[in-house]
Design a protein around this ligand. Sequence first.
Ligand code: 13P
Length: 257
Amino acid sequence: MHSKRKPVIAGNWKMFNTTSEAATLVNELSSLVARFNDREIVVCPPFTALAAVRPILDETGIKLGAQNVHWEEKGAFTGEISPAMLKDAGCDYVILGHSERRQFFAETDENVNRKLKSVLKAGLIPIVCVGESLSEREAGITSTVVSRQIKIGLDGIDAESAKKIIIAYEPIWAIGTGRTASAADANAVCAFIRLTLTGMLGTPVADAIRIQYGGSVKPDNVDELMGSSDIDGALVGGASLKADDFGRIVGFTATSK
Ligand code: 13P
């Protein structure tokens, strides 16, 4: 992390937690993270738990996010949720293009780009996920894949809006596998993402954009990851479902080497 950028730790709950489980988790969490005001903390419950979580978060510094959104403002799109509906539900953040959505729900870079434009217009902070599969890494095409995702995903975004974007680098082979990218490997890709952003948007904007790492982030590896120059936060799956673990992750101490 860099002192110029405020660290942001987000929990992606995926398809876990009923309303009562969600309320219990954020109640436990709020006492654990109350003292950290130098970092942003976000929880992204499933849509059905947003309303249960919202009033509990009012007493804390924790922000609310969603896991997906549609790009249209309203209309005949059965099963979809608009950016304005997320704002209305008290969300400030939304995850876009998670690898599980790309893999299981046919989400493309072009869809991510449409969603990104719509979300920025609505005043939500997007967390745009990118990352390579195991076979892509083994084929040595990580940078090709990630730069394509960034270039198409962020195409046509103006510099002022781009500063608000958070990028999450999530190598697919590290998600839910317990296999974390080493801090050095993760940082190298995050630095490459920043270089790509510099080419698209210029240095001041690229330096302002926060880049998270995601993929088996745990209490015992977060400090080293956050001690890396181009990693400004974490997008946490499994460990964000346990208050103690997520509380410890939020309370990281960056140990730069
Ligand atoms: P895990 O932390 O469970 O590996 O999940 C990472 C992730 O997909 C966060 O969006």
